[in-house]
Design a protein around this ligand. Structure first.
Ligand SMILES: [Zn+2]
Length: 261
């Protein structure tokens, strides 16, 4: 048949392109559901389609058993490795507070975290700490001007930031070694702001400005996603992008700021 060879070649090229997007170095296949119930399988597939998951990133395997009635279907979704491409807008404009509204009532003028802008500032702040304070990590935010603000761990991030937008937020601990301050651990653990891991450069810059040695990234990185179905904010563990509250598939990109589907 005329044109058949061409069509076949085009289909092969397309298949190759799709296969290249799901190679093991780009991510991994994660089983969404294994079921013998075709209706259940279709319901899950529909949800993935409604969540606008690319069809080439969805796979259905039939696990054959004898008798045939015991065969099951496995619906998998390809979960790409985090790209750190997300959160671009927040990197520019900052993260707004997304936590419980009642915590906002804790904000008092002058109650913000201690601004640390230089090595002298840091030494001064450090000299004012009680010995037992060092045992716990501190609450930190990088405010809209790129300044590191530190507060005791008991402080809420929203208080530390005076309710304003932040470039990053989390917990941080320091150690003093051979006359030099070093970051022992640092995370983006803030359920008030839920910043993306891509907010790290703002933290790095703020720490460099105060002359504290630091790691090359968060020592503990939290992945926050908002469920587009039930709107709850999830902490994604082990790349398991499924809502803990309603089982819906969670979006790949940082979306905590966005309400609605
Ligand atoms: Zn949900």
């Amino acid at each position: 048949m005329p044109g058949q060879g061409k069509r076949k070649r085009r289909q092969e090229a397309l298949n190759q392109r799709l296969a290249a997007r799901t190679t093991p170095d780009k991510g991994r296949w994660q089983v969404v559901i294994e079921t013998g119930d075709k209706a259940e399988l279709r319901a899950h597939l529909r949800r993935l389609q409604e969540a606008r998951v690319d069809e080439s990133m969805i796979r259905i395997d039939t696990l054959c058993r004898r008798p045939v009635q015991q065969s099951t279907y496995q619906l998998s979704r390809f979960v790409p490795n985090p790209s750190h491409e997300s959160g671009n807008e927040q990197r520019r404009t900052g993260y707004r507070y997304v936590g419980p509204a009642d915590l906002k009532t804790l904000i008092r003028p002058g109650g913000e975290g201690h601004s640390v802008r230089s090595p002298t500032d840091f030494d001064e702040w450090a000299s004012l700490r009680e010995a037992e304070e060092w045992a716990e990590p501190f609450t930190f935010v990088v405010d809209g001007t790129g300044t590191l603000r530190l507060a005791s761990r008991r402080s809420e991030h929203v208080t530390c930031a005076g309710g304003k937008k932040v470039l990053s937020a989390g917990e941080i601990s320091f150690q003093h070694e051979s006359g030099k301050w070093t970051v022992a651990e640092v995370s983006n653990q803030s359920t008030g702001y839920c910043p993306d891991g891509s907010s790290w450069p703002a933290v790095a810059e703020a720490l460099d400005r105060v002359g504290v040695s630091r790691p090359s990234g968060f020592t503990h990185e939290v992945v926050f996603r908002r469920c587009s179905s039930c709107q709850q904010i999830n902490i994604v563990r082990e790349a398991d992008f499924v809502c803990a509250f309603c089982n819906e598939v969670l979006p790949q990109d940082w979306n905590v700021d966005r309400l609605g589907p």
